[in-house]
Design a binder for this molecule. Structure first.
Ligand SMILES: O=P(O)(O)OC[C@H]1O[C@](O)(COP(=O)(O)O)[C@@H](O)[C@@H]1O
Ligand SMILES: [Mg+2]
Ligand SMILES: [Mg+2]
Length: 334
């Protein structure tokens, strides 16, 4: 069978299924090309001179790596001139970036985490890019942060790239989850898995155990039961993995089942979780739901949360449905 490139896949989604319009197709193409460039920059490692700290901080007070800044610039430049956007926003920029005037005005808003898991970059562990596409609200000609404050259920597309042993692009247009592998020789993303489904049964969990003393009671109970293994109420052993790159951890969960938690904890009441709602939690939750899983804060479906700020943080519990439902139940009872 002929390999199906991302370009051909998107054309079919547009022409045969009528699922997307030409603008959204081109927008996804532009983002995928930017991910290819980021993959090349990462692949060069120290030879490209892009490892290490950039010596600056982002709006959230996090030290930026050179590759955080470079990945942001790559996405910005690609979309500024090639995209079909009204504005874009990023983890690495305080405010949204309007797209220079063109007529007609772009229909979409793009929000991204240009380099996810960047603490792993200097130790050669998988990192990624996460993105989410929203519609620009009607009547808004110059979108500011307010235009981006839409619940995740309104996303029209979301995806992530994992820069690991392979570079993968995982995409949803609201009609299942599809995986594309970068053919490095050809320079194109090739469809490698259609309609990815999260396995329902799981014996793996992902959480940063070093935060255990800060967790709230429902998460203490849930993880405690998993760790108790055959001697506990679950009566079987569970395994734990934590890459500390959300893309890599969530990709593993999507592929072989499991649950990923970055829960709210008791350290700092101004930070209800570590991960960002608009460009980490929402796109990943959309993908996970489209693959048959679930995503919750513990109290609420993530995709129903009304954002209050562009860089808002939130608790994230996502993965195999039964496990996420169990943790949510514990939030009602503990
Ligand atoms: O170091 P910790 O606390 O385990 O946090 C790991 C989490 O932080 C993140 O690295 C945050 O993402 P950024 O690198 O984009 O800031 C996630 O990818 C990951 O799940
Ligand atoms: Mg991130
Ligand atoms: Mg990042």
């Amino acid at each position: 069978m002929q390999p199906v490139s991302l370009t051909r896949f998107l054309l079919e989604e547009q022409r045969a299924k009528g699922l997307i319009n030409a603008d959204l197709r081109l927008l996804i193409e532009v983002v995928s090309r930017a991910c290819k460039s980021i993959s090349i920059a990462i692949g060069k490692g120290s030879l490209g001179g892009a490892l290490g700290s950039a010596g600056s901080e982002n709006v959230q007070g996090e030290v930026q790596k050179k590759l955080d800044v470079l990945s942001n610039e790559i996405l910005l430049e690609a979309n500024e001139w090639g995209g079909h956007l009204a504005a874009l926003a990023s983890e690495e920029m305080d405010d949204p970036h309007p797209i220079p005037h063109r007529y007609p005005k772009g229909e979409y808003l793009l929000v991204f985490d240009p380099l996810d898991g960047s603490s792993n970059i200097d130790v050669n562990i998988s990192v990624g890019t996460i993105f989410s596409v929203l519609r620009c609200p009607d009547g808004v000609s110059e979108p500011d942060a307010q235009a981006f404050l839409q619940p995740g259920a309104k996303q029209v597309a979301a995806g992530y790239a994992v820069y690991g042993p392979n570079t993968l692009l995982v995409l949803t247009l609201g009609d299942g989850v599809h995986v594309f592998t970068l053919d490095r020789e050809m320079g194109s993303f090739i469809l490698s898995q259609q309609n990815l489904r999260i396995p329902e049964e799981t014996s793996e969990f992902a959480i940063n155990m070093s935060n255990q003393r800060h967790w709230e009671a429902p998460v203490q109970r849930y993880i405690g039961e998993l760790v108790a293994g055959t001697t506990g109420p679950r009566a079987r052993d569970f395994n734990m993995r934590w890459v500390a790159s959300m893309v890599a951890d969530v990709h593993r969960v999507l592929t072989r089942g499991g649950i990923f938690l970055y829960p709210r904890d008791t350290r700092d009441s101004s930070k209800p979780g570590k991960l960002r709602l608009l460009y980490e939690a929402n796109p990943m939750s959309f993908i996970v739901e489209q693959a048959g899983g679930a995503a919750s804060t513990g109290h609420q479906r993530i995709l129903d949360v009304q954002p209050a700020a562009l860089h808002e943080r939130i608790a994230v519990i996502l993965g195999s449905k039964n496990e996420v439902e169990r943790v949510s139940e514990y939030h009602k009872t503990v």
